[in-house]
Design a protein around this ligand. Structure first.
Ligand SMILES: NC(=O)c1ccc[n+]([C@@H]2O[C@H](COP(=O)([O-])OP(=O)(O)OC[C@H]3O[C@@H](n4cnc5c(N)ncnc54)[C@H](OP(=O)(O)O)[C@@H]3O)[C@@H](O)[C@H]2O)c1
Length: 277
């Protein structure tokens, strides 16, 4: 049995799918344990990642776990997994962890998560993806209001990744030998500016979308209304100060899975239905 945390999220649902595609039994964890929206064949289970003791039922009889990063007690979560007899952990992190910059709040929670995994005494694989193609789903409110997408960080190219490919890499690392102790930095196949993504999404949906560069001050105010200021500062350091470069295209998805990562156009085609709502 394999336990996937964050199972209804952008990444977790792809890890669930990739494991099921390979015939592995999957237990899918969310806070509610609600099975709605999970792929057929996955067993829904409830647990709170901020409360390691609550994962005891979910961990029973589990061989491998896919963990999301950044929860309140990552050492406690990993100890619970080890105590339950788990044999292997695949830990999601992020590209910025490579900078080791503990003054950046996002990087700091990724680094602390990785430190907990390395110290847990379990075989592990760490996955550091670039920004997700699925972040474009955040544009839905603007798309419902019209055909203009006013977006931050207009000059920043990112080789964003389809969560499908993160799921593929995670499933291979959980199921196959040879991935323990490896850190996989992952990217998509091409660096794109926000304006490129908007153009490709418009072509895919068959509509004319117009890109507008959002000024930094406006972006900051909007983001501060949605998340703690320390995280807003972190993203501004990444993308305005240039502390993080997610434009390089990396060979890792091909090396691990044997196929190239999906393009943003492929992601958009697969998710066109999400934009119809
Ligand atoms: N977005 C990016 O570009 C990016 C890049 C690199 C790394 N990351 C990392 O990737 C992570 C996952 O992203 P995502 O887009 O897949 O997330 P998401 O779509 O927001 O999904 C989060 C998932 O976690 C579950 N969850 C949330 N809090 C929980 C808790 N306390 N206990 C148990 N389950 C909980 C949610 O289900 P319920 O709400 O039903 O519990 C949901 O299934 C992020 O948190 C971030 O650290 C993101």
């Amino acid at each position: 049995m394999y336990l996937v945390t964050g199972a209804t999220g952008n990444v977790g649902r792809e890890v669930v799918r990739a494991l099921l595609d390979r015939g592995a039994p999957v237990r899918a964890l969310t806070r509610t344990g609600d099975a709605a929206g999970l792929p057929k064949g996955a067993e829904a289970v409830a647990g709170d990642l901020n409360d390691p003791a609550s994962l005891a039922p979910a961990l029973a009889g589990v061989r491998g776990v896919f963990f999301l990063p950044g929860y309140a007690d990552m050492p406690g979560l990993l100890a619970a997994a080890k105590g339950a007899g788990v044999e292997r952990v695949v830990q999601l992190s992020g590209r910025s962890a490579a900078t080791g910059d503990m003054t950046n709040a996002v990087t700091a929670y990724m680094v602390r998560t990785e430190e907990a995994v390395r110290a847990a005494g379990l075989p592990w694989t760490i996955i550091r993806p670039s920004a997700f193609d699925a972040n474009a789903l955040r544009w839905l409110p603007q798309l419902r209001a019209g055909d203009v997408l006013r977006l931050p960080f207009a000059g920043v190219p990112i080789a964003s990744i389809d969560p499908y490919d993160i799921g593929e890499v995670a499933a291979v690392a959980l199921l196959a030998d040879g991935h323990d102790g490896r850190v996989y930095d992952l990217s998509g196949p091409e660096p794109l500016l926000p304006a490129d993504q908007v153009r490709i999404l418009g072509e895919t949906l068959g509509c004319e979308l117009r890109f507008e560069a959002q000024p930094d001050a406006e972006a900051r105010a909007e983001m501060e209304a949605a998340m703690p200021k320390e995280y807003v500062d972190a993203f501004f350091r990444f993308y305005v100060d240039g502390d993080l470069d997610e434009s390089p295209v990396l060979p890792t998805v091909r090396e691990v899975t044997g196929r190239d990562p999906r393009t943003f156009a492929q992601w958009a085609r697969a998710h066109a239905g999400d934009f119809a709502s």
